[in-house]
Design a protein around this ligand. Structure first.
Ligand code: WT7
Length: 640
């Protein structure tokens, strides 16, 4: 099973080291941060002072004693003893200014319906929702699982939870039964908020049906709130399931609701993500530091202004959406746009028509989307007036220079700088990223954000030289950093802080060129980034093994033209089962049903043996090398 890639992506990246795109005078003139070197220097010399200044741009119920408490590393604390609520800053605060009547959110459904919310209206809706939560007995610290499509009620549900001090756990609407079930169970949610369904690619996604299957086996769930989106018939369990629109009409759903006073370090949300081994882990973020981190990064990197129309085309179910669809834009008082459906529905110009129709000024998306749209040719975007755009962004995986240049030339008309932001669910905020005034190189995230310090180390922990590949680590704490893995602090320490004591292990490899620019290469652990989505080999393998015909399975990621990386799997069947095309199709289907369509393997190959170490660990490295016809490296630990 040899895999071909069109060009060597590595060569493509190396060439781009010598191409520089300086910022235009117009970009510099309007930038929120003009003196880049000065802010980098300030943050380097006085980290606490730097972040205290940023924190002072927001409102606190009570001030902090200390900006950064390092007494119990790696359990860092930020803004200790300060009292705050992120929702107060995202919504309540704006009721005191002219922004009360500003548009907060514009939404378009896949079928073309539109809804618009001013800050006032959004605040009222969230207050009503929060009162409903309270009346249902949802209190500070309780966990609520949210499993929805991209509709305005999704951010509202998150904000309502945070407003009452509950901890939301959003599960991406593209995930399926097993993925949802394990997340509900691990978080011990007593409430699930979902939709009757969602529209995607002209079809209905059966969210409620999937939720029912998952909840059936989840004893902690007492109630389910259902948002009506598609209007098609769904099962409503008497005594358990309630329609949101019915609840919103009850007298209890008043438009006024006190915002819970939280400690800066109180949990805001859990977000499950794939790690090196085992089940997905819940990354925990808090109210105070997270708020400061995402407010600053969004304002500085995407240069947000009151006149902007911001479109982060991710899904709210991922960290990108949490930080930069829901919380960040509202903290900045921005107007954002949200689109429900697929980029190519009904035609490949849908996104470009939305940019034109809503006058989008800043667009933030993923390389896989750019490569996917690139495939349809320039004629589609060229039919539209894209002159409102002034900045572009990329996230989720390395953007290859070819896609970068297409995005820059065809979409940005060579006027719009591209902010390639490297970060993670764990980091909460952008970590390695340009600001608009930084000269760009196609495919490089340039430099760490002010206050962030990164190093590239070899196996022994020594920094590698220029242009050498190594492990990317972060050496200074930042306010939006994860605080722990929910219910598993040991795993938090082991996974991130042990390999290089005192330094945060990102799981990525990277190199720095002679000019100091960072180039992210990719994951060095068992995480696969498929179309920018993060999946673990362990999840895919256990989904396969849960099928009655499968004895053993191995999953690896291999280069893919559009998806960046695609999932390839090797399966050993149980005795009595025979390999066939039909069985391969059934297994792909099975993984899709268990985990979700994004996890469906590109290819399933039936084998009779897997390369393993003597201790029984699958050597995915060997599988990967073999599939690509590359040298297999050191095989001394191979079992035979
Ligand atoms: C992993 C984290 C944080 C937003 C979405 C992903 C990869 C992310 C970039 C980028 C190269 C990137 C890394 C990272 N990644 N952004 N701009 N350039 N790689 O969050 O799902 O937690 O995934 O995504 O491999 O470790 P996530």
């Amino acid at each position: 099973m040899a895999v071909e890639t069109k060009v060597s992506r590595e060569d493509e990246f190396r060439q781009a080291e010598h191409e520089i795109y300086p910022p235009s005078p117009e970009v510099v003139a309007q930038a929120n941060v003009k003196d880049y070197d000065a802010v980098v220097k300030q943050a380097r010399e006085d980290l606490a002072g730097f972040w205290a200044e940023r924190a002072s741009e927001l409102e606190w119920f009570a001030p902090w004693d200390k900006v950064l408490d390092e007494s119990n590393k790696p359990f860092y604390k930020w803004f200790t003893n300060a009292k705050v609520n992120i929702v107060y800053n995202a919504l309540d605060r704006h009721m005191k200014t002219w922004r009360k009547n500003k548009v907060a959110l514009i939404w378009e459904g896949e079928k073309g319906e539109q809804r618009t919310f001013s800050y006032f209206r959004l605040w009222q809706e969230v207050n009503k929702f929060a009162n409903i939560l309270k009346s249902m007995g949802v209190h500070k610290g309780d966990r609520v699982t949210i499993y929805m499509g991209r509709v305005p009620e999704l951010p509202m549900a998150m904000l309502a939870c945070a407003k009452v001090g509950a901890i939301h756990s959003v599960v991406y609407g593209g995930f399926s039964v097993e993925a949802l079930h394990t997340r509900i169970m691990d978080s011990e949610s007593k409430l699930v908020i979902t939709c009757d369904g969602g529209f995607m690619n002209g079809k209905i996604v059966e969210l409620k049906k999937i939720a029912d299957e998952a909840i059936q086996r989840s004893p902690t769930v007492e109630n389910v709130i259902v948002v009506k989106r598609t209007g098609h018939e769904v099962n409503m369990e008497a005594g358990r399931d309630l329609w949101l629109h019915d609840l919103m009409n009850l007298p209890i759903a008043s438009t006024k609701c006190e915002t819970e006073v939280m400690d800066a370090e109180d949990p805001l949300y859990l977000l499950y993500t794939s790690g090196t081994t085992g089940t997905p882990k819940a990354i925990l973020h808090t109210h105070g530091g997270y708020m400061v981190g995402i407010h600053t990064t969004l304002k500085w990197v995407f240069d947000l202004k009151d006149e902007d129309r911001w479109w982060c085309a991710a899904d709210p179910g991922w960290v990108t959406g949490h930080s930069y669809i829901v919380y960040g834009p509202l903290l900045c008082g921005a107007t954002s746009f949200m689109y429900e459906g697929a980029p190519t529905f009904p035609y490949p110009n849908r996104w470009w028509s939305l940019v034109e129709k809503y006058g989008i000024t800043v667009l933030y998306t993923a390389p896989t989307a750019i490569r996917g749209l690139m495939r349809f040719g320039e004629a589609w975007p060229n039919r539209h007036d894209l002159s409102s755009l002034r900045l572009l962004g990329s996230v989720g995986e390395p953007i290859n220079p070819e896609a970068w240049k297409w995005y820059h030339r065809v979409i940005g008309k060579k006027r719009c700088p591209i902010m390639d932001t490297w970060w993670q669910t764990e980091t909460g905020m952008f970590m390695i990223t340009p600001l608009p005034v930084v000269p760009l190189k196609p495919g490089s995230g340039t430099f760490p954000f002010p206050g962030v310090e990164a190093e590239i180390l070899n196996e022994e922990g020594t920094p590698v030289g220029p242009d050498e590949e190594g492990f990317l680590v972060l050496t200074r704490p930042w306010p939006a950093m994860l605080r722990t893995i929910y219910k598993d602090p040991d795993r938090f320490v082991r996974q991130y802080w042990t390999k290089y004591p005192g330094k945060y292990m990102t799981g990525d490899s990277a190199r720095r060129d002679a000019d100091g620019y960072f180039w992210i290469i990719g994951r060095v652990d068992d995480v696969i980034k498929v179309s920018g989505y993060r999946l673990g080999t362990a999840e895919i393998e256990s989904a396969l093994v849960s099928h009655h015909t499968v004895a053993e399975a191995a999953a690896i990621g291999l280069p893919h033209e559009i998806k960046g990386t695609a999932i390839y799997t090797y399966v050993i069947l149980r005795q009595g089962s025979v390999p066939s095309e039909e069985l391969a199709a059934e297994l792909r289907q099975h993984v899709g049903h268990e985990l979700g369509p994004i996890a469906r393997p590109e290819k399933i190959e039936f084998v009779t043996k897997l390369p393993k170490t003597r201790s029984g660990k699958i050597m995915r490295r060997v599988l990967k090398a073999r599939a690509q016809g590359l040298p297999e490296g050191d095989l001394s630990t191979l079992e035979e």
